[in-house]
Write a protein that binds this ligand. Structure first.
Ligand SMILES: *[C@@H]1O[C@H](CO)[C@@H](O)[C@H](O)[C@H]1NC(C)=O
Ligand SMILES: *[C@@H]1O[C@H](CO)[C@@H](O)[C@H](O)[C@H]1NC(C)=O
Ligand SMILES: *[C@@H]1O[C@H](CO)[C@@H](O)[C@H](O)[C@H]1NC(C)=O
Length: 452
């Protein structure tokens, strides 16, 4: 049973205990009922009138009765004007009446009616002589209070927020569990030494975007659905980008994230998350097939690619430009150290994989340069992996703002065409602390007909 409480402060709602007096605002409760219907002697079940009937929410229809038995056989469901009109009693001075329902946000609901309020279920519960609308108290993925706080202070936060209909109505818990999906690296992996590079940091451009440098070769924005698969999606996407770059476009391939999700089972949790180092070592040892051969289904469906064997054994179509039969494999993944090392790596080798800590407010990101806001900091967080594709800087009143341009996996309609920008150089949300790259084992043998 979900937790119920008297108030929903989080949603900015106040629950009103209804009384007869409050129904005075609703013309359909004032009647006339028995005056219109007529009074009936004895028991007549059809001697009734609809009450609360103008409200579409209770279209099931609630009835009140004008027969003499209305106060005996049923649960005191006489019409409000039964006593004055049928029995000639003086109008009551006090609210006489049986409880009819809950008034909630300007509408009336009958007892036991359930409604959904964003991600929470509310129920009109009878409590002795009264009824009240009681709501579950789960934090929702989209909280209007967070969205509004961000948007009313763009100057301060530097980014704006939006209500995403695909997130609306879901609990924060579901988002953390099923929209992210990267398990925090184990300690020995965290201690992996970054590769050393020799370069002059001042020679790096102020702005760079892989999608401009290698047009048409970079992975498209995907939507992971309600499956915690960012570990598989980003690994497959970074590997795909690097196949295209290293082969100079000859091996432009979309590698199958589903292959990892379904087949890289050892120590991994499929749609409940996975480790990046294990995903990379799977591609190194076993290799991946392409998306067409094992399309993404956002489920933990059964593995149908044999561990051994090549693309033919796996029943995949062979690529047309190169003489490839083996699965797509990579060299061991390596770690990239700091801000400028990451820039150097992207510039020369392509997008990198990064792990970030996701806070509640991140789900609502719409545009701008993201920095975790102090709103809702006590809520749950989770780890997510993303693909850094470039960087840049922007002049703001408070000075130069450096950012990373990052591809997310929540569909192209989220954020800035599926991407977000995030503050660069200060390890915002830990995004610079575990960055990985790899070398693709490209196939250099071209098919003859393409060389003619
Ligand atoms: C119903 O109303 C009649 C008067 O019309 C009264 O005599 C009777 O006691 C009432 N019954 C109950 C159950 O309240
Ligand atoms: C958010 O979007 C959903 C679905 O489009 C809508 O039902 C809901 O009312 C919106 N919430 C706010 C606060 O605008
Ligand atoms: C990052 O590390 C490299 C050495 O690998 C160093 O040359 C460079 O100055 C460092 N950059 C920053 C921003 O600390």
């Amino acid at each position: 049973m979900p937790s119920l409480s008297w108030l929903c402060p989080l949603l900015g709602l106040t629950l009103i205990a209804p009384s007869f007096a409050q129904f005075g605002d609703y013309s359909d409760l004032r009647g006339p009922y028995c005056q219109r219907r007529g009074c009936c002697p004895g028991r007549q079940d059809d001697c009734s009138e609809p009450i609360l009937g103008n409200n579409e929410v209770i279209s099931e229809g609630t009835l009140c009765y004008c027969d003499d038995f209305c106060n005996r056989t049923r649960n005191e469901d006489c019409c409000p004007d039964f006593w004055t009109h049928c029995k000639g009693l003086p109008p009551p001075t006090d609210p006489p009446a049986p409880l009819l329902g809950c008034t909630y946000e300007g509408r009336v609901y009958p007892v036991n009616k359930q409604i959904k309020k964003n991600c929470n279920v509310c129920k009109c519960e009878k409590m002795g002589q009264r009824a009240e609308m009681l709501c579950e108290q789960h934090p929702c993925l989209i909280e209007p209070s967070i969205t509004e706080a961000i948007n009313s202070n763009y100057a301060n936060y530097g980014w704006s927020a939006s209500n995403y209909s695909k997130f609306w109505g879901h609990k924060l818990e579901e988002g953390i569990k099923l929209r992210l999906g990267t398990l925090q690296p184990q300690r020995f992996v965290m201690h992996m030494n970054p590769v050393r590079r020799i370069y002059d940091p001042h020679s790096l451009p102020r702005e760079f975007d892989s999608e401009f440098k290698w047009p048409g070769w970079m992975s498209e924005i995907q939507d992971q659905g309600w499956c915690g698969s960012s570990w598989a999606i980003t690994t497959a996407a970074v590997a795909s980008d690097r196949f295209a770059i290293l082969s100079k476009g000859r091996e432009k391939v979309t590698l199958s994230a589903q292959h990892l999700l379904s087949c890289d089972r050892r120590g991994q949790q499929s749609c409940n998350g996975g480790y990046l180092d294990r995903a990379w070592s799977y591609i190194r040892k076993i290799g991946l097939v392409d998306e067409q051969c094992f399309p993404y289904s956002a489920t933990n469906e059964k593995c149908r690619i044999p561990r051994r064997g090549d693309l033919v054994t796996a029943n995949c179509q062979l690529p047309v430009n190169v003489d490839r039969r083996s699965k797509y494999k990579v060299a061991p993944a390596y770690r990239v150290g700091n801000e400028t090392d990451i820039m150097y790596e992207i510039l020369h080798s392509g997008p990198v994989q990064a792990t970030m800590k996701v806070y509640h407010d991140f789900f609502t990101y719409k545009r701008g340069i993201y920095r975790h806001s102090p709103i809702a900091t006590n809520d749950r967080t989770g780890y997510h992996s993303v693909r850094i594709v470039g960087w840049g800087e922007e002049y703001a009143p408070e000075g130069l703002k450096k950012y990373w341009k990052v591809a997310n996996s929540w569909g192209p309609e989220w954020g800035e065409n599926g991407h977000f920008r995030i503050v660069r150089g200060s390890n915002e949300c830990e995004i610079e602390s575990f960055v990985l790259g790899t070398w693709a084992e490209v196939e250099n043998k071209l098919l003859l007909r393409n060389e003619i």
